[in-house]
Design a protein around this ligand. Structure first.
Ligand code: PRX
Length: 686
């Protein structure tokens, strides 16, 4: 059989219904997938990860992880203890070891004679470029670390990073790690209000930002949001921020506060290039990253050093088959998300990889920009999200076809389930029908990839993340925590601790226990529904809680509802994630207007104005990514007798389906009212 012909495999059917194992709408009609793509014999023979890795991990899981930690990470003081689970669910991995994350990511490669290897090929959106070797990165990170210390940042202090995708973003994270100051990166698309609450929750002493960044062909400002986020505000505690370090990227004019603001280039250029890393305990906090949960308040997910680095390096090496001397790796994620932490900053650099960092959007100045970058740098490993693949698919194969993509040998996907059509397109058009695709399932909380094919071992199935990596124990269980049989559906759980697991929610141990460990006592519940097919392979079906996944980004329905009701127009709001061909899910909001405003929605113009006001309001409260795609003004919301909004019914409306079983509603006529009111066409975002 030719190596690229799929073999046949049987898989479970994804069906609709109600319950945890149900496919969310939009995934329901997926094909009965019977294709499987084994790696070519050439790829398999030279792959980093061989089939024996599974057996090795199964026979002695902790010994396996100890081996990875020893082989892939450099320790100042070697650990003797692997896992201490006595304080479960707070794990200690490699607890008596000491190390430094920035030393691992940079210095040790220079010491090993690889100082001239390119660490980062930077491509700015306007076309400016910069090449940074490991030796240069060492100097820049050391200087930045000295500059942070000069600004009074000490080991344990928190630093918020609010930067575009530029080299300084990686340098800033590593400089923090070098002095043992946990960073908390906030995505540049979040608003001043969102930034304020994250700064306050983390108690940050310093913010590192830029005048702006380039996005969609124009310079967009960043510093004004920081200024607003730390300005005194009535009813809010005074900010803990003492200084703002500002990278000059765009040259825009910025407001300047002398005793607070410091230019990065001045502080860093004035600093010494020598810096001794601060050796920290394996369990020293490395970073806090805020992510949406089911309540309105984002959770500060805490990751520590030794276990996190171990799994970041292990997964990056094995899932992407990284050969640091030969490969050019590119992960398109922004450092504002966990993918940018683990697969831009830490995994690749700890492994000594050469990587591309691109500042802008895939279609600026033209829809072939990504493929131009792949060709220019000879990218061999590409890691991106299904939403981007779908966008490229829509723009047409003739665009990537114009570029030489033959350097690509491994393709990764992350952030949401990848539909088989997009998977096949990715493989055929981008991967030349040969590059293995790894569909990687993980979360901010898991810190690193958990479920994924191994590119040289697994016969990949379009649309399935398939198998837990060696060393990871995951399962799909029913309501009583019993594993479902092959072919069954339920909740995805992680049954054993793993090195890069979150160590808590910043400042809220109870919420940590409640959120992840109470649904199935002693077992981590991820919040995702999943199915096992007849081969026992795992298919992710989306969230079973009130978390939405928009273009691979997590947003909470409650957080957007809170933003909406904080506007004077709104009395009540309910938000659902409705299936969307391009973004996976889209935010659809149902709002009841306050009495005095109710009549304003009666004309088309009036309702369009209300929608605009509310969309802008959400953008200001959270950020443009949270803007509802549609806002529907309704007279009532469907609620159970206990007052819980039945989002399932609203989702039916948002997705133009017949409304499902409404018998548990307190008032069963509500759905009729809503549908009659919505009979006129609603406007949607342009
Ligand atoms: O629902 C799952 C989905 O993204 C959620 C985690 O989101 P976040 O913490 O923002 O991290 C995204 C990047 C790791 C998960 O609970 N998800 C992530 N990867 C996949 C996925 N769903 C299906 N398949 C994936 N490969």
């Amino acid at each position: 059989m030719p190596q690229n012909e799929p073999t046949t495999a049987t898989t479970g059917e994804r069906t609709g219904g109600t319950g945890p194992g149900d496919a969310p709408a939009g995934l329901e009609n997926l094909l009965h997938e019977t294709r499987a793509f084994p790696p070519s014999s050439g790829f398999a023979a030279h792959a980093n990860a061989q089939p024996g890795l599974y057996d090795q991990a199964r026979e002695d899981r902790l010994g396996f992880w100890a081996q990875q930690a020893t082989d892939l990470v450099s320790w100042r003081t070697p650990f003797t203890e692997v896992l201490d689970w006595s304080q479960a669910p707070v794990a200690r991995w490699f607890g008596d070891g000491r190390l430094n994350a920035a030393y691992n990511a940079v210095d040790r490669h220079v010491e090993a004679g690889h100082g001239d290897r390119v660490a980062i090929h930077f491509e700015g959106e306007p076309g400016d470029t910069r090449t940074v070797t490991y030796a240069e990165l060492q100097r820049e990170v050391s200087r930045a670390a000295n500059a942070l210390s000069a600004l009074g940042v000490e080991t344990g202090d928190r630093v918020v990073v609010y930067l575009p995708m530029i080299v300084e973003a990686v340098v800033a994270m590593l400089a923090c790690a070098r002095i043992g100051a946990p960073h908390s990166v906030v995505f540049g698309g979040f608003s001043a209000d969102a930034l304020r609450s994250r700064i306050a929750d983390a108690g940050a002493k310093l913010v590192i930002t830029a005048d702006g960044g380039y996005r969609r062909g124009a310079a967009s400002a960043l510093k004004p949001a920081v200024d607003a986020a730390i300005a005194p505000k009535e009813g809010a505690k005074p900010t803990t921020v003492e200084h703002v370090l500002v990278v000059r990227r765009t040259g825009q004019d910025v407001a300047w506060t002398d005793h607070t603001d410091v230019w990065w280039h001045e502080a860093v250029e004035a600093a010494d290039v020598q810096h001794t890393p601060v050796w920290v305990d394996a369990e020293h906090p490395l970073f806090i990253l805020y992510t949406s949960g089911t309540t309105g308040k984002p959770k500060g997910i805490l990751h520590t050093t030794g276990g996190y680095l171990t799994q970041a390096a292990y997964t990056h090496r094995n899932v992407f088959d990284l050969k640091p001397e030969d490969d050019v790796y590119w992960c398109t994620a922004d450092i504002g998300w966990v993918t940018g932490h683990t697969y831009v900053t830490y995994g690749p650099l700890v492994n000594g990889a050469t990587q591309v960092i691109y500042e802008g959007t895939p279609d600026t100045p033209h829809q072939g920009r990504w493929w131009e970058i792949v060709e220019k740098y000879g990218v061999s490993i590409l890691y991106t999200a299904p939403t981007a693949i779908r966008a490229c698919m829509k723009w047409g194969s003739e665009i990537p076809d114009r570029f030489d993509l033959s350097s690509l040998r491994v393709l990764g996907s992350v952030g949401e389930p990848i539909n088989p059509e997009a998977w096949m397109w990715y493989r055929r058009v981008i991967g030349g029908d040969t590059a293995p695709i790894v569909d990687t399932w993980w979360q901010t909380e898991t810190g690193a990839i958990m479920i994924s094919p191994l590119p040289g071992v697994t016969a990949a199935k379009p649309g399935s993340a398939q198998v837990p990596l060696p060393g990871i124990v995951a399962d799909v269980v029913d309501d009583d925590a019993h594993p479902v049989p092959d072919g069954g559906g339920g909740y995805l759980v992680l049954s054993e601790p793993w090195p890069s697991m979150l160590r808590g929610i910043w400042g809220d141990l109870e919420r940590f226990k409640d959120t992840y460990w109470s649904r199935f006592p002693g077992i981590y519940f991820a919040g995702d529904g999943a199915k096992k097919d007849d081969d026992g392979d795992i298919w992710l079906l989306g969230r079973v809680d009130d978390v939405m996944n928009i273009s691979g980004h997590r947003l909470s329905t409650t957080e957007i509802e809170s933003a909406l009701v904080s506007n004077e127009l709104v009395a009540e709001a309910a938000v659902v994630g409705a299936a969307d061909d391009m973004t996976g899910q889209a935010v659809v909001a149902f709002v009841i207007l306050r009495g005095e405003h109710a009549s304003e929605a009666e004309t088309d113009e009036g309702s369009a104005a209300i929608e605009k006001t509310l969309r802008d309001h959400v953008a200001q409260q959270i950020g443009p990514i949270a803007k509802p795609k549609k806002i529907l003004v309704v007279p009532e919301l469907p609620k159970t007798r206990s007052g819980k909004i039945m989002r399932r019914l609203l989702r039916d409306v948002a997705e133009n389906r017949a409304v499902g079983d409404a018998t548990t509603l307190a008032d069963s006529s509500v759905m009729d009212l809503i549908q009659t009111g919505l009979a006129k066409p609603s406007s949607s975002e342009d």
